[in-house]
Design a protein around this ligand. Structure first.
Ligand code: PMP
Length: 428
């Protein structure tokens, strides 16, 4: 069934570290051979063996309207004719910035980069430059990319592979990254008291997606906002996953909490390599060439990436019912999964908001990294493979959110619920 993927994985390992260009793809924690994908359309992925899968990864977020969404494909084709990069300003970059400003709150100025990592790394630099302070707080199990200072108690692949200390990240860098549990305001207060006047910012995923999906407890984000205001610290929302998915205005709109700086990623490139950081004018004015906080990129604002993202975001802006439909589909899936999981007798937790959802096999609420990590990962592995065998492609780690896309039909969702019922019978 996967013979060509197996062959390709063998071959890939001869020339690519671990056979993959990003660790979670390797299926290392769930075991087995990663699927090598040939193409995708709508809600379906097709691997090199010709198998079809219903896709719940959506390229880790961006395929909100499904793969190979026709207006995006057409726009890319049209713009590719004009060249793939100029290294000079284009009108398209202005249109993109204006579009994001029109959708997301608290973004007066926005700078394009080429990945979520760059966006978060640059936002931290801006916060440090603006406040003149060195330290920042991040939450255990949140992932903000692979820049040195973020690889402390990080989620996603760092959690999946249980990497405690990342060789190559110096103690000097890590010392300025303060961490505590997500959803624990008291712990934040403690850090702030211990490092009075030294903390530039708190960076958080408003709705966490890198330890499975974990929701902010009522009052948690508001609490962070208050602490930042009181202490002269900046609140950075990492909306790499949340942005333009949870609402047209992202998590800020969905949760009704204002950030000082916001980072975006893959979504705003519709799957092309893009990221961005933006925020209030008086803060963003420290960025070069206005100020001395230097930040740059040869391919930043790349025209193909811009037109792809612009086309997707425009569709979401012009037709807000697309996100409403997607949320309804996710709620439908949740209800169905709830029924079959409850009937199975296996302890489980489904966390869900908008079109982000995940299952932890746990008998206690999953509200932070520790509770996510104490869930039954062996059972998750079996569930993952049972689903894969039945044509459902889930994230290959319990430390990742699922991302739904609006090309999913109710038939696809029913198939997913049925596959869960059958898989649970098999693994119980
Ligand atoms: N922030 C969050 C919340 C993410 O989920 C990710 C990647 N999944 C990043 C930052 C880093 O983005 P990239 O992989 O594009 O560098």
């Amino acid at each position: 069934m996967y013979s060509r993927s197996q062959e390709l994985f063998e071959r890939a390992q001869q020339s690519i570290p671990g056979g993959v260009n990003s660790p979670v793809r390797a299926f290392k924690s769930v075991g087995g051979t990663p699927l090598f994908i040939r193409k995708a359309k709508g809600a379906y992925l097709y691997d090199e063996d010709g198998n079809q899968f219903i896709d719940y990864i959506a390229s880790w977020g961006p395929m909100i309207l499904g793969h190979a969404y026709e207006p995006v494909v057409k726009a890319i084709q049209e713009y590719a004719e004009y060249s793939t990069s100029y290294g000079a300003p284009t009108e398209l970059e202005i249109k993109m910035a204006e579009l994001i400003k029109s959708m997301a709150p608290n973004v007066d100025l926005i700078r394009m980069v080429s990945s979520g990592t760059e966006a978060c790394m640059s936002a931290i630099r801006v916060a440090r430059g603006y406040t003149g302070r060195n330290k920042f707080i991040k939450f255990e199990g949140c992932y903000h990319g692979h820049a040195d200072s973020f690889l402390v108690k990080a989620g996603s692949g760092v959690a999946t592979f249980n990497i405690q200390t990342v060789p190559g990240v110096t103690g000097g860098v890590s010392a300025d990254t303060l961490t505590c549990a997500y959803n624990d305001l008291e712990a934040v207060e403690k850090l702030v008291a211990e490092h009075k006047g030294e903390i530039a910012a708190i960076i958080t995923e408003p709705v966490a997606g890198n330890m499975g999906c974990i929701l902010p407890a009522p009052g948690f984000m508001e609490g962070l906002r208050n602490i930042c205001d009181r202490e002269g610290m900046l609140l950075i929302f990492d909306e790499v996953m949340n942005g333009f998915r949870l609402a047209p205005g992202g998590a800020q709109e969905k949760l009704g909490v204002n950030a000082d700086l916001v980072t975006y990623g893959k979504v705003i490139g519709a799957g092309m390599p893009v990221g961005a950081f933006g925020g209030k004018r008086h803060i963003m004015e420290v960025v070069a060439p206005l100020g001395n906080v230097y930040q740059a990129g040869t391919l930043s604002g790349n025209p193909i990436a811009m037109i792809a993202g612009y086309t997707l975001l425009s569709a979401l802006k012009e037709n807000p019912s697309l996100l409403t439909e997607l949320d309804e589909k996710t709620a439908y899936l949740k209800e169905g999964l709830d029924k079959v999981l409850a009937a199975s007798g296996i302890p489980y937790v489904i966390n869900h908001l908008g079109s982000m959802i995940s299952i932890h096999f746990s008998d206690h609420p999953v509200t932070d990294f520790a509770s996510a990590a104490s869930a039954n990962n062996e059972l998750f592995k079996k569930y993952f493979h049972g689903m894969l065998k039945r044509g459902i492609y889930l994230p290959p780690s319990a430390f990742e959110s699922w991302f739904l896309n609006n090309a999913l039909s109710h038939g696809d969702l029913d198939k997913t619920i049925d596959a869960t019922r059958e898989t649970l019978k098999e693994i119980a």
